[in-house]
Design a protein around this ligand. Structure first.
Ligand SMILES: [Cu+2]
Ligand SMILES: [Zn+2]
Length: 170
């Protein structure tokens, strides 16, 4: 009989979805060209971010989760400031920091490609103000220059060169 497997699937599906909420962002540059992707998964009381990019200038680039889920080229100012649900200052090296959306620099190689993974602490994929899905959403932004790790409010990381809205995964 096929009735039992169907019933089991129906019962399992919702609990699996709750156990591993996931999200992604498709990064585009100021000209609208795709330059990378990021994935977000719940991990150890925070959110693990994995990003890979291509076609970017070699060297270190600041990248952060910003507090509004709107990516309007060319300057991506619509993504607003860094996601900061705890009301801290900017920077992983700042004693008054750091923002929930702060991460170490993304290093791009001579071939224009780069990869990074980082964990956002005090941030969730669930409900509430600390969620990447809070009202208005969030976006992942890559900058032209390195983040110095402590200058409030944005680490002197320069122009915003790529942006992707954080979207619920399937
Ligand atoms: Cu940023
Ligand atoms: Zn910040």
């Amino acid at each position: 009989m096929c009735r039992f497997p169907l019933l089991a699937l129906t019962l399992l599906a919702p609990s699996l979805a709750l156990a591993s909420p996931a999200a992604k962002a498709d990064l585009k540059d100021a000209a609208g060209k795709p330059v990378g992707t990021a994935t977000f998964t719940s991990a150890g009381g925070g959110v693990e971010v994995k990003v890979q990019v291509s076609g970017l200038k070699p060297g270190p680039h600041g990248f952060h989760v910003h507090s509004a889920g709107i990516c309007e080229a060319p300057d991506f100012k619509t993504a607003a400031g860094h996601f900061n649900p705890a009301g801290k200052q900017h920077g992983l090296d700042n004693p008054m920091g750091h923002h929930g959306g702060d991460m170490p620099n993304l290093v791009v190689g001579a071939d224009g490609k780069g990869k990074a993974s980082a964990t956002l602490h005090g941030v969730t994929l669930g409900e509430g103000d600390a969620s990447l899905f809070h009202a208005g959403g969030t976006a992942l932004v890559v900058h032209a220059d390195a983040d110095d790790g402590n200058t409030d409010p944005a680490g002197n990381a320069g122009a915003r060169i790529a942006c992707g809205v954080v979207q619920r995964g399937k």
